[in-house]
Design a protein around this ligand. Structure first.
Ligand code: ZN
Length: 377
């Protein structure tokens, strides 16, 4: 049986920012799994920059699995967000009392260490239903690895536990994540003669007022179990204009929305398209384009789902929902009822304060072991 903290120490030491290859993390996982008598298959691809990315599917025993169908899969992404150049200890696990600090310690190498530790202590001969591990690439840049598995129809599963930092609370529902770039075009002119041009900034502002109204309308479509219990919208960036004395020829902004589970993620895009169409109808020279960059739906499992019930029982914690994107919708596409679960809190992730507690790692290993016995015996 491998020590979960030592596994985490090695995982943190192998940098796996999304722009880099994740081969180092995958090969370390393979070495741990092979020693524990597991078999695995790599499913690799080249990302748009030509960098090798690998998804790994693993199962206990030396039997070649031909059908790729599992009863339960433990799913974990292997990439991290970039870390600041001045974070000298980013790839060193620093122990501060019970806190274990480092890039990826909580998002999500903590859970990765836990599933590897579980694999090394599992008595798989006693299991009657197939258990598997799926490690993915490129989650942080849009679940690209998970989407590859879905497109290639490589694997399917009945139940999934997807790792993300949830403070060991089983997450039964999550909002989706969608992003669009809105580009408004005008016509430049000397600012002393505004009628000779058309301000893209004024035109963008007209649309933004309509988007704020859409945000208010979305509150009328509540979905229980989320905080806040509706689809939210954010315009987080806006860029426009050339200089103080030029009528702005263009303005672009980023529009993000997080749809509640069960709502078509395209709903907000179509509401904004309608608002644009109304502005064009009122003034045919109004020019605006909406380019969707991300479109990921939410997810939810039924309260009666066996995987949710099992993680609730084993953890003793109450169910929760999250407002951040996860790979759970992709696991739904692979046929699985998915719960998101893991040690650490997203409040420290994606920052140089990132940490996970030693006692949560140890508890997570116990909980996963219990759930595997419960669902796969
Ligand atoms: Zn994550």
């Amino acid at each position: 049986m491998r020590d979960v903290v030592e596994l985490l120490r090695t995982l943190v030491s192998i940098s796996s920012v999304s722009r880099e290859s994740n081969r180092g993390v995958i090969e370390f996982a393979e070495s741990v799994l092979a020693e524990a008598g597991w078999s695995f298959q790599e499913h690799g691809y080249l990302d748009p920059a030509g960098v090798e990315k690998i998804n790994l599917i693993a199962w206990p025993g030396k039997v070649a699995r031909r059908d790729g169908a599992f009863h339960l899969v433990l799913v974990c992404h292997t990439d991290t967000v970039p870390y600041r150049a001045d974070w000298a200890d980013a790839t060193t696990l620093v122990e501060d009392g019970d806190d274990l600090k480092g890039c990826g310690a909580c998002d999500v190498k903590g859970y990765l260490a836990c599933i590897l530790a579980v694999a090394t202590q599992l008595d798989h001969a006693g299991l009657s239903k197939p258990i598997g591990i799926i490690l993915t690439a490129d989650e942080e840049i849009g679940c690209v690895g998970a989407s590859y598995l879905v497109d290639q129809k490589i694997v399917s599963a009945r139940y999934a536990i997807v790792g993300e930092p949830t403070s060991l609370r089983p997450v039964r529902a999550g909002k989706g994540y969608c992003l669009a770039e809105v580009i408004v075009s005008g016509c430049e002119a000397h600012s002393a003669f505004p009628d000779k041009g058309r301000s893209a900034i004024y035109d963008a502002a007209r649309l933004i007022v309509e988007i704020e109204k859409i945000a208010a309308q979305l509150k009328e479509l509540p979905a229980a179990g989320f905080s806040p219990p509706w689809t939210t919208i954010n315009i987080g960036e806006i860029h426009g204009g050339l200089a103080k004395n030029i009528v702005a020829p263009s303005c672009r902004f980023l529009l993000e929305w997080r749809p509640v589970a069960g709502q078509d993620p395209k709903l907000v895009a179509s509401m904004v398209e309608s608002a644009i169409a109304a502005l064009v109808a009122a003034d045919p020279s109004y020019q605006c384009e909406l380019k969707v960059l991300r479109m990921q739906e939410g997810f939810a499992v039924e309260d009666s789902s066996l995987v949710l019930q099992s993680v609730l029982r084993a953890s003793g914690n109450e169910a929760d929902s999250v407002a951040f994107g996860t790979e759970a919708p992709w696991l739904n596409k692979l046929g699985a009822e998915a719960v998101v679960f893991g040690p650490g809190s997203m409040l420290s992730a994606h920052s140089l304060r990132e940490f996970v507690r030693r006692k949560e790692l140890i508890r997570c290993v116990e909980i996963l072991g219990g759930v595997i016995q419960d669902l796969c015996s």
